[in-house]
Each structure stands twice: as C-alpha cells, then as structure tokens.
Design a protein around this ligand. Sequence first.
Ligand SMILES: [Zn+2]
Length: 271
Amino acid sequence: MKSVYSYRPEWYTHILSDPVSYQTSPFRICGNLFFVGNKDSATHLVDTGEGLILFDTGYPNMKEYLPQSIQQAGFDPKDIRMIFHTHGHFDHFGATALLKEMSGAVTYLSAVDARMLRQQPEMALCHYFPGYPIEILIPDEELEDNDVITLGKTTVRCILTPGHTPGAMSYEISVEEEGKRYIALLCGGAGFNTLNREFMEETGTNWRPLFEQSLEIWGTMKPDIFLGNHTPQSKTLERHEAGKIFIDRKAFPAYVADLKARYEKMIEEEG
Ligand SMILES: [Zn+2]
C-alpha cells in the first residue's frame, strides 16, 4: 500500500485554490429539510424539532463557510445534535471537527469506513489537497446496514451501499411538510475515482463487485426526494433556481439509470 497516491482528478486543484467561487446561499428543499452546502459538496440539514441533524460537512478548505450557511438558513450551529457522513472521504467530513467543537454533536460513519480510516487513513484521499492539513474523522458512533436512528420527529435509516468506498452509507430520511411525511434518499457515494483501473492498480483494491450490488439496491428505490452527496448529482441548484419542487419520484431512478450506463461505459473502455 502506497501512502501517497499519484491518481488525483484534476478538478480538485481548482476546488483547493478557489473555495469562494463554490459558495452559494442555503435554501429549503422541503418542509424541515434544507440545503446548506456548496456548489460541489452537498450538506443537508434537518430540523427535527429537538435539535438539528447534519449530513456531511464538505471540503476542509470551506469549513468556515458552513456555520455561516447554517445561520443564513435560520439555524444556530450550536443546536446540531448529530452529524452523519455518507462515507470516509475528506470532502465529506471537512467541517466536522469544527462543528462538533461548536455544538458537541455526535458524529456517525459506517463501521466499515471507520475501520478503513483507522487502518489506512490515506484512503480518505487527503492527497487530493496536497499540503493542506486535514483532520481525519474519528466517528463517535459506527453504523451498520439497516440501523435506524430517531431524533425528534425525524427518522434516519441506514442502507449500506458500498463501492465508491467499502462502507458508503445511503440514508433514508423522513421529512415533514404541512403534516405530510416524505422520504428523502441521500445517496452514499457513486464517484468512479475509486473504481477506475488506475486507482485499483495503485491501491490493490477492487470495489467494483460491491458497487454492482449497490446499483441493484439503488435500482429498487423510488424515494420522494433524491439528494446527492455532491450537489450536481441531484441537480440540486438547477432545480432550486428553476423553482421546481423537490418531490419527484422519477429523479432517483433516472439518476441510477444514468449512473449504470456511465459505469458500464467505463468498464467497456477500461476492461
Ligand atoms: Zn468520495
């Protein structure tokens, strides 16, 4: 196992050098569910009535923007009770230490990814931000497939969907709007940067069979609301700017069909 990988998608250079250009205003997605992330890494906030839950905290070089964004959305970062992470990559836990310090929130990650970070912290892909100091996430609580966590009126169900990392976790989140209850699905991670040949050969991993199983699991799901853990995945900003509502049971199946087609094309090209 090499401790520093050479493989690094080129767009991260821009994200590291120009974090300001990724900032955007927070907004309500539906009922008690809010978008407080940036143009690339998604952070979602749920107001449970008994405190706030946050899902992912984005890039380490954008950490100071997240408390501001939460405040702009009308909330106090001190009220965060739980922080869930979709997977153990540096671009999903960048502000976790800061927000935990501000709020005392309990942090969550799948047990599989927690083990990965303990044993091989380089797998957090911090080398995408060369020279930038990053604190590796050590979660307070480790999650298993099918775990259900409740806070106030909100229920979070964990669905293990590995492949992008060995323990990527998707979350089904109950959302309330005007007395109606909806299910939002936050996808646990689907980037091919850990599934391509170059990464596999460098690290000696092969998570493709896991990813193919996860594609099957996602293929059975039709959530009311689809949330990507990267903002462009679910076209969150486009949808908001176009004034479209987020309740759309076709959105996730369409994403999964596209993901499957892109994955098959990569396999065909790379063998
Ligand atoms: Zn990732």
